[in-house]
Design a protein around this ligand. Structure first.
Ligand code: NAD
Length: 488
């Protein structure tokens, strides 16, 4: 029996709340500047391919100016400021994100292609929460377990991806500032607009010039930034391949690094799991944000005895998701972020078919313009298939089966990655048994893709090193005070 799908009247969010400039410069030392030696590039709306704006691409002299501004602000102002004063700025930024939440959500949806429901309910509130949380730490660093007087590193170079542009910015900037570092941040080339809006928030908050600098550009700008000799700490979120390049580039220098890289998470469903809830968790795990999620549950491991039931229920549920205009409040699945990413998803899906897996996609009409891919499920997947081993970073799920907990564990851990995992079962003891043995930085039990600023996030193996969030994330921006007799 097919599930009836009701037509929804369109409920578009208004664009009137955002004012996108035809072009943007670089945010250096508290003001927007034309690039010294850079060029420019365009940023598109991935759902319509409309050009949204022309954005500066920072060259070597621009990156140098940004790092120098950050150094001067660190030495003259920020590192000397008492923590409670720094905390006030962070609270101010958090409140400004809340005040301008609608504008930021619309801007993010236009530039990234993700549904307004997600930017409004997830990205922007969580970004504000990160600033609130870290504002609370700014004058309590002595209680971070790093000695009585932990010190900031100095200038942090931060490079972020396009999947959660404002949220990744918050994950980077909030702990760095709370700990007393200054920053130069480079947003991803396909999603620079919310970072540039954040530059405006810094001005509105009267943040001292140079404490936050934002340089836009592509990989070259990122490389110039992380390799700049004036940088003390590198914080990178992105692909494992670029993470490796960065690790090689800074090896042998005194620079500290945290690398948050890719993933291929197992979402494990046992036969005693509440199936309806697990279906919602699977959908949330891999189709949230079009699957552009490093910790997405892209490998569904389902116990053989319930596999047919789970896959049938999942397909029914996917048939009810609405794909289309990301500005519509009813939309569940928005656009793929770029033509390049769409090409990768299409290529990997074709490889899945060629290797013998069975491909199924939800019936939906794809818009004519923009970059789109339907929610897709592969069954008959073997551990050796590339779609079971490599990150696709799109709305594509690979289903594998298992018979025993040992087999589930072995298959889950059989990956070069180690970012996250999910376990669905009624038994608390089994959750603990699995969680202790899964080689993943985050293990969700009977839920998936839940985030909290107080909870550390990060990976093992090719998923990178270091943690973001919580006390562990803060520690990545502090030099411990190892003098005898101190410590909490
Ligand atoms: P990417 O590695 O191509 O780019 C990430 C950022 O690095 C961009 O800003 C890019 O311009 C910059 N960059 C590219 N080459 C560089 C270089 N040589 N030196 C310095 N910077 C450089 O990744 P992407 O395609 O933008 O993002 C998707 C990837 O990010 C996925 O693999 C995903 O798993 C990962 N990711 C990880 C996390 C996490 O927390 N672990 C979170 C989100 C995304």
């Amino acid at each position: 029996m097919s599930t009836p799908v009701f037509d929804y009247a369109p409920a578009p969010e208004s664009r009137a709340v955002v004012d996108i400039a035809p072009s943007y410069g670089l945010f250096i030392d508290g003001s927007m500047r034309e690039p010294l030696d850079g060029t420019s590039f365009t940023t598109l709306s991935p759902s319509t391919e409309e050009v949204l704006s022309e954005v500066a691409e920072a060259g070597p002299a621009d990156v140098d100016a940004a790092v120098r501004a950050a150094r001067a602000a660190y030495t003259d102002t920020w590192s000397a400021m008492p923590g409670r004063e720094r905390g006030k700025y962070l609270f101010r930024l958090a409140r400004l994100i809340q005040e301008r939440a609608r504008e930021l959500a619309v801007l993010e949806t236009l530039d990234n292609g993700k549904p307004i429901r997600e930017t409004r309910d997830v990205d922007v509130p969580l970004a504000a929460a990160h600033f609130f949380y870290h504002a609370g730490w700014a004058d309590r660093l002595a209680f971070a377990g790093l000695g009585a007087h932990p010190r900031p590193y100095g200038v942090a170079a931060q490079v972020i991806p396009w999947n959660f542009p404002l949220l990744m910015l918050a994950w980077k900037i909030a702990p760095a500032l709370a700990a007393g570092n200054t920053v130069v941040l480079k947003p991803a080339e396909t999603t620079p607009l919310t970072a540039l809006a954040f530059a405006d928030l810094c001005r509105q908050a009267d943040l001292p010039p140079g404490v936050v600098n934002i340089v836009t550009g592509a990989g070259r700008t990122g490389r110039l930034l992380v390799e700049h000799p004036g940088v003390d700490k590198v914080a990178f979120t992105g692909s494992t391949e670029v993470g490796r390049q960065i690790a090689r580039a800074i090896a042998g220098t005194p620079k500290k690094a945290t690398l948050e890289l890719g993933g291929k998470a197992a979402n494990i469903v046992f036969d005693d799991a509440p199936i309806d809830q697990a279906i919602e968790g699977i959908v949330r795990g891999v189709f949230f944000n079009q699957g552009h999620v490093c910790c997405a549950g892209t490998r569904l491991l389902v116990q053989e005895s319930v596999a047919d039931e789970v896959v049938a229920a999942l397909k029914r549920r996917l048939g009810t998701l609405r794909l289309g205009d990301p500005m519509d409040k009813n939309t569940d699945i928005g656009a793929i972020n770029s033509a390049t990413q769409l090409d990768r998803i299409e290529t990997m899906s074709q490889i899945g078919e060629d290797e013998g897996a069975t491909r199924w996609s939800a019936a939906c009409t794809l818009p004519e313009r923009g970059f789109w891919f339907p929610p897709t499920v592969f069954t008959n997947v073997a551990q050796t298939h590339r779609i079971a081993r490599e990150e696709i970073f799109g709305p594509v799920l690979s289903v594998l089966t298992f018979r025993t907990p040992d087999e589930a564990l072995a298959k889950a851990n059989n990956t070069p990655f180690g970012l996250s995992a999910g376990v669905w079962t009624e038994k608390g003891s089994r959750i603990l048994w699995m969680a202790q043995r899964l080689r993943a930085g985050v293990v969700w039990a009977n839920t998936f893709n839940h985030f909290d600023p107080a909870s550390p996030f990060g990976g093992y193996k090719e998923s990178g090193y270091g943690r973001e969030g919580g006390r562990h994330g803060l520690a990545a921006y502090l030099v411990p005070d190892e003098s005898p007799g101190v410590g909490v």
